[in-house]
Design a binder for this molecule. Structure first.
Ligand SMILES: [Fe+2]
Length: 270
């Protein structure tokens, strides 16, 4: 099984099982076959990413915001995070198969991310099912995958704009969501807070992996990571960082002192 084959699977449970299997193999040092076999066997993106017919894909602006003080509203919230995690499995697998010629550690890192995203999806999906819903019962939007599409020919832009931009927003958003759920204070809301603790802990590591490889690629290209970042945001029309920022988590995730200073300044102005 290659990362591309796992990425193409449409059934969430099959994708989770395949992702677990290939990340377990990678621990024995066999990332070669997982990463590059795929590159040799395909020249196109047909069937990428594999995803189920549901959730229906809608524009981000069309996703209804619901109150977390109703059970259905909380299910919709858990579903939206579940959908992000499903996309996150896909984007980690995509980072593995798409880019040739990176160091072994790069493939190992992204397989670890894929494995953890599969765990996040599984935890949230189990919780959603306990609440009486399933993945696919609400619509979802495609923001994460769209940025993968746009950056498919440029691993440096991918590292800059997917993990350290879009996924970093999860570090900012998660404590706010947890705060709301704590105020709701029902058993299902408190279980969701626990799951989000696990997710936040792991996502710091994922953003750190993005930061590490972004800086590594900048060094290889002989460009300055901090000066190059705004140009990449503009070129690929990426979302800007929006306050409030979780500066503590972003610091652990490898943003530099200068980047944190700029974020904190932007936050003070907002
Ligand atoms: Fe995740």
């Amino acid at each position: 099984m290659s990362a591309l084959a796992a990425l193409r699977l449409t059934d969430p449970d099959e994708k989770v099982a395949a992702t677990r299997a290939i990340s377990a193999i990678s621990l024995d040092g066999a990332t070669d076959s997982i990463a590059t076999e795929a590159i040799r066997t395909t020249g196109d993106d047909l069937g990428v990413p594999g995803r189920p017919e549901r959730p229906l894909r809608v524009a981000a602006t069309a996703v209804q915001k619901r109150s977390p003080f109703t059970t259905e509203g909380r299910a919709a919230l858990i579903h939206s995070i579940c959908h992000i995690e499903f996309n996150a499995i896909n984007l980690a697998l995509d980072a593995v198969w798409r880019y040739d010629g990176m160091p072994e550690a790069y493939y190992r890192d992204w397989l670890r991310v894929a494995h953890e995203e599969a765990q996040h999806f599984t935890l949230l999906h189990a919780h959603l099912q306990d609440m009486g819903w399933r993945y696919g019962d609400f619509p979802g939007h495609d923001g994460l995958w769209n940025m993968c599409e746009k950056t498919k020919d440029d691993v440096l832009a991918r590292m800059a704009l997917v993990p350290r931009t879009l996924e970093a927003r999860g570090l900012d958003a998660t404590p706010l969501i947890q705060g709301k759920l704590k105020r709701v204070n029902t058993p299902d809301a408190l279980r969701a807070v626990e799951i989000l603790d696990i997710i936040l802990r792991d996502e710091v590591g994922h953003v750190a992996i993005g930061n590490h490889w972004y800086r590594w690629l900048c060094e290889r290209a002989g460009i300055d990571p901090e000066a190059s970042y705004p140009a990449l945001v503009a070129r690929y029309d990426a979302p800007r960082h929006k306050p409030p920022f979780n500066l503590e988590a972003r610091g652990r995730a490898g943003f530099s002192a200068e980047e944190l200073r700029q974020l904190s300044q932007a936050q003070d102005k907002a």
